[in-house]
Design a protein. Structure first.
Length: 95
């Protein structure tokens, strides 16, 4: 299995409603074929090193992760996130 983790650091001018909309759009992807689990949430610690939103998706294998990256429903959500953020980090690893 592959765990796909993404952390989003929003620009300072992105309001709370838009941040919530981003998390909602990410959460709406949980019914895509090939995902075993999807979790998304707002950071609760708010330390200087914290990111604002975290996403964790479990895939059965790398092929499903690669299919997700190109999925017609995922691509616009990913672009929306890029437009909102100063920084995005990701890591994918076997579990």
């Amino acid at each position: 299995m592959i765990l796909h983790l993404v952390c989003f650091k929003y620009r300072a001018d992105v309001d709370a409603a838009t941040r919530a909309e981003h998390r909602q759009r990410l959460g709406a992807l949980r019914d895509l074929d090939g995902l075993l689990d999807l979790k998304v949430g707002e950071d609760v610690v708010r330390s200087p090193r914290s990111y604002d939103t975290g996403l964790a998706i479990t895939f059965p294998d790398r092929a499903e992760l690669e299919a997700y990256q190109k999925n017609d429903r995922h691509v616009p959500v990913a672009r929306f996130g890029v437009d909102l953020c100063d920084h995005i980090v990701a890591v994918d690893f076997e579990i």
